[in-house]
Design a protein. Structure first.
Ligand code: RIB
Length: 311
């Protein structure tokens, strides 16, 4: 099965801290490491590890980080021949703080990711038309994404849009999105900034479905995931694993959802598989480095009791 990803490639500079700081506060670090990341890159690597023929599209700078990211993605089996290295732009960088419970704070400098434009989108369209599933996120500008959504045939490929980081989606033709997958914070932004507690989920889900998006899957961390349909909301409970770093859990979820849908599975089975891939991801450090293989997810689904659990 063929999956294309258009999105960001970032070098992640990651510090583990005793606890996440408040604004203006300094906290001691416990360790520092550099990992390949970026939501597009993570999703392409995850899809390849889960058995897909994965092709990544995006832009890096002509620098050491860009070279390293491409080498790492290729090493994971991703076809990066469509990624362009731009002169005069720096490769994207993310600064990530990880607290003791695995929760994180992320700031990123888009660099070359911010130079993905409509001219590039137009050129890669023929390849995007050939795949089973196209994965998109929002660490690249919206105009090229809008162009692609307008010019793809109506039913193929299946489009999975991860609205992260959250932005106003009104420039995008959401009726061409098959699966929109916000987390709770992103959902709140998408419905105008209202907090989304448990009681609000159903109403928020219906509100978003009315924008024309075909399926809505809400990623809710420790609460699992929800599928919002016109008739109501179905909850898929999370696995109770011991989290060390939640970075890229959402990327693992989206890639696993895409792989499962591309294999012809329905949304219920695909969300179950995606929950398991995300659960395994949070048990490991880093972004792309933490993404599981298909065999690992299958083993986890068969023997979840073998993995350390949280209370
Ligand atoms: O989704 C996780 C990713 O978000 C990190 O790898 C970081 O690069 C940020 O873009």
């Amino acid at each position: 099965m063929k999956i294309a990803v258009l999105g960001s490639l970032n070098m992640d500079l990651v510090m583990e801290v005793e606890r996440l700081p408040r604004p203006g506060e300094t906290v001691p670090g416990r360790g520092f490491a550099r990992y390949p990341g970026g939501k597009g890159n993570n999703q392409a690597i995850a899809a390849a590890r889960l058995g897909a023929e994965a092709r990544l599209f995006g832009r890096v700078g002509q620098d050491r980080y860009g070279e390293e990211l491409l080498e790492m993605a290729q090493g994971a089996g991703v076809d990066t021949s469509g990624v362009e290295a731009l002169a005069g732009a720096a490769t994207g960088v993310a600064l990530i703080l990880v607290g003791p419970d695995g929760q994180n704070m992320i700031g990123y400098a888009p660099g070359a990711n911010g130079r993905v434009d409509e001219e590039y989108a137009q050129r890669i369209l023929p390849w995007l038309r050939e795949v089973d599933v196209l994965l998109l996120q929002l660490e690249v500008p919206l105009p090229p994404l809008a162009l692609i959504l307008r010019r793809l045939p109506p039913d193929r490929p299946l489009v999975v849009l991860d609205p992260a980081p959250a932005r106003d989606l009104s420039p995008l033709p959401l009726a061409r999105v098959d699966y929109l997958t916000p987390n709770r914070e992103e959902l709140a932004v998408l419905i105008g900034g209202r907090a989304v507690d448990q009681g609000e989920l159903v109403r928020a889900g219906q509100e978003l479905l009315s924008t024309g998006v075909r399926n809505l899957v809400i990623k809710a961390d420790r609460d699992g995931a929800y599928l919002a349909e016109s008739g109501g909301v179905t909850r898929f409970p999370a696995y109770r694993v011991q989290a060390v770093d939640t970075t890229a859990a959402g990327d693992a979820f989206n890639a696993a959802l895409a792989v499962s849908l591309a294999e012809g599975k329905g949304p219920y089975e695909a969300i179950g598989f995606a929950n398991a891939a995300a659960a395994l991801t949070v048990t490991r450090k880093g972004a792309a480095s933490s993404l599981p293989t298909k065999a690992e997810v299958q083993d986890f689904l068969r023997h979840p009791y073998r993995y350390p659990t949280r209370d």
